[in-house]
Design a protein around this ligand. Structure first.
Ligand SMILES: [Zn+2]
Ligand SMILES: [Zn+2]
Length: 406
């Protein structure tokens, strides 16, 4: 029998997803009938700029279309840090945290399956995705672009002033309300589950990049900015089979990590006199051509200008560094756009349908030996969230996470 690669992958995925439902001895997992749930639980609420306080509330009754999840942990996103520093979304008071995962401890009677149709039971581990509004132009007329929903809800970026209170992952419990999208991910380690959301951002960006037709196996790819998103991006395109990757950053630790994630070359921009020298070096590394495709993953406007210089004539560029407004940058329309015929795509968060692709990617990345879980460098408890934010602002680690050890 001739089993091709696709078949093998399907079989592996099937086995892996079944493993999530089984005990190590192979017997089918019997979900517990009930969990003991406290009357009250804690949240880490941002009550002012640069101020997070632990508060306690009564856990509300769970409706027929709702679930209660015990939070196991949640990654801290650049967006959380931005909100912590400046409250650009005007959310205070707010319980942040949207990169979380936890265990279902109570289910309304109408909840039977996750968003992909997998049966759900008490004790299952889940992650949440967005809550599309169903009413805006994107929701009604561009079904395939639900990431562009004008009023998309996301746990951890909701105003606190609703009666749920437990609406961000920086808490002990979370109420999953009607209309939410969520996925069962029992077969993944906690660390891997906490990396699903940033990985989905990257998977979406790569799908956007692929839509240009300019990202292929043999492409010389430049990745500018090696924070969690840039490193994750490196992992995604390595997992796809792209090998000629040049990683650019100003931090040696991150560049070393990029090497371990499979970058062929690294460039520390601080070692070059100016941008021209950097471009010269990048051309040396790409047989004099420049990058076939570049991903801009920093939130720095100057970097968003510079990246155009790295791309060759006829090349492609994806901008994924600006999920918050960090200001404008200048582009020379003659040199950067017209003359080079660069095809540029923007990428905004992720579609609900990017999530299952993301699970497969993470399993494959681990399968080929990429040290994905090592992206989480620091762990904090709920009452250390100010410290956690501080560590993030000082860029002392890569991905900082809240872990609930209770
Ligand atoms: Zn995020
Ligand atoms: Zn919408």
């Amino acid at each position: 029998m001739d089993i091709n690669q696709v078949d093998i992958e399907k079989i592996v995925q099937q086995v892996l997803s079944q493993m999530g439902d089984q005990k190590p001895d192979g017997r089918k997992q019997t979900a517990p009938q009930s969990f003991s749930i406290p009357k009250r639980a804690k949240v880490a609420m941002m009550t002012d700029l640069r101020k997070i306080e632990v508060k306690e509330f009564d856990i509300p009754e769970i409706g027929d279309d709702e679930m209660l999840v015990k939070v196991e942990g949640c990654g801290i996103c650049g967006t959380d840090v931005h909100e912590y520093k400046n409250d650009p979304f005007g959310l205070i008071p707010v319980v942040l945290g949207h990169e979380g995962s936890g265990q279902i401890v109570k289910m309304g009677k109408n909840i039977t399956q996750d968003t992909t149709g997998k049966p759900l039971a008490l004790g299952d581990k889940i992650v949440t995705c967005t809550i599309p509004c169903g009413k805006c132009d994107a929701c009604l007329n561009m079904r395939e672009k639900d990431n562009l929903c004008e009023n998309s809800g996301i746990y951890g970026l909701m105003p606190e002033d609703d009666h749920y209170h437990f609406n961000g992952w920086f808490s002990e419990y979370l109420v999953i309300r009607k209309g939410s999208t969520f996925f069962k991910v029992n077969d993944m380690s906690l660390k891997l589950r906490l990396l699903i959301e940033p990985a989905a951002v990257v998977v979406h960006a790569v799908e956007r990049a692929k839509s240009t037709g300019l990202l292929t196996f043999n492409s010389n790819v430049a990745i500018q900015g090696l924070g969690p998103i840039g490193l994750m991006l490196l992992a995604v395109i390595r997992t796809m089979g792209v090998e000629n990757i040049i990683a650019i950053d100003g931090d040696e630790k991150r560049l070393q990590m990029a090497k371990r994630f499979g970058a062929k070359y690294t460039m520390n921009f601080k070692n070059y006199k100016d941008l021209d020298e950097q471009v010269r070096r990048l051309k040396e590394l790409t047989s004099g051509r420049g990058a076939d495709f570049a991903f801009q993953c920093t939130g720095v406007p100057a970097a968003a200008s510079n990246v155009w210089k790295f791309v060759k004539r006829g090349g492609g560029l994806a901008e994924i560094g600006f999920f918050v407004d960090n200001g404008c940058c200048s582009i020379n329309p003659h040199h950067d756009i017209c003359k080079k015929e660069i095809t540029m795509v923007g990428s905004w968060t992720y579609k609900v349908s990017d999530y299952p692709i993301t699970f497969d990617f993470l399993r494959r990345a681990v399968g080929i030996g990429l040290p994905i879980e090592e992206l989480i460098t620091h762990e904090y408890s709920l009452d250390q969230m100010n410290e956690a934010m501080d560590t993030n602002m000082k860029q002392l680690g890569i991905k900082i996470a809240y872990i609930n050890k209770n």
